[in-house]
Design a protein around this ligand. Structure first.
Ligand code: NI
Length: 264
């Protein structure tokens, strides 16, 4: 199986002891590409460092809604400079989180909007985090997503929201919760998303797929997401995995591994 984990946090402290081993194990398990996603300036910088150290890891840089209130005026120039790094393929993760509300909602909305503008200016896709803020995320996208592309990461909205995002030209990314035994709506959405708009991810070290819930998540577990999504769609897991890899390469502008256009 050839896999692309489009959303990982390998910079997380939970990988401090064995990060390189985790990366190598993922490669052995068929994970050919990873996008490591930043949440603040520090983790964005670490994402670039990982993407510089490993040729199959790419970086996204961005300010998570949890950290929106910590953005100082001088930080925007730092973020913009990092966003221009050649290994940075997206702005993310950005969005709204009204579940934990760690930053005041107006600050979340302002920082989200500014980063959408940054992505448009740099012509990079966005990776959107939406937790319990479906209506507000759609409102902002309706007004500000013109000229942008991106992905709704760890999708948790309704089929109506998925259709709205698909109409905007966005991708839908499915994470570990699709495997959970009490998961009803998400498998149904994973079944219905057009195959050329589907991505898969781990969001590791969080959201470990069944049957390993409670254990630390890592990119090798993206295989379990691929298998579950393939099962609900009645498709071959290897073909589904390959399709999501190609989709990820299309969205992020990454060459498909092993594909040499000069040989055609
Ligand atoms: Ni994440």
């Amino acid at each position: 199986m050839r896999l692309f984990d489009t959303h990982a946090h390998l910079d997380d402290g939970q990988f401090r002891e064995d990060r390189d081993q985790v990366v190598q194990q993922a490669r052995t398990a068929g994970v050919e590409l990873i996008v490591n996603v930043g949440c603040d300036l520090v983790s964005s910088r670490q994402s670039i460092a990982l993407a510089t150290a490993y040729p199959f890891i790419y970086a996204a840089v961005g300010i998570h809604p949890h950290d929106a209130a910590n953005m100082g005026s001088g930080d925007w120039a730092v973020l913009a400079e990092m966003a221009g790094h050649p290994r940075v393929v997206a702005i993310g993760e950005i969005g709204l989180d009204f579940y934990r509300d760690r930053s005041p909602r107006p600050a979340q909305q302002e920082v989200f909007s500014k980063q959408l503008a940054l992505a448009r200016r740099l012509k990079k896709p966005v990776i959107i985090h939406d937790r319990d803020a479906h209506g507000e995320v759609m409102d902002i996208l309706k007004r500000q997503a013109g000229g942008l592309t991106g992905v709704l990461h760890c999708f948790s909205g309704s089929w109506e929201m998925a259709q709205f995002c698909l109409r905007l030209g966005f991708y839908i990314s499915i994470a570990g919760p699709v495997t959970y035994l009490n998961s009803r709506q998400l498998p149904e959405i994973a079944r219905k998303v057009p195959r050329d708009r589907l991505l898969i991810e781990t969001d590791c070290p969080y959201l470990t797929p069944h049957p390993w819930r409670g254990k630390r998540n890592d990119p090798s577990f993206v295989r379990l997401v691929a298998e579950k999504v393939a099962a609900v769609r009645g498709e071959d897991p290897a073909e589904l995995a390959w399709q999501t890899l190609v989709n990820g390469c299309t969205l992020f502008g990454i060459p498909v591994p092993g594909y040499d256009p000069t040989t055609i």
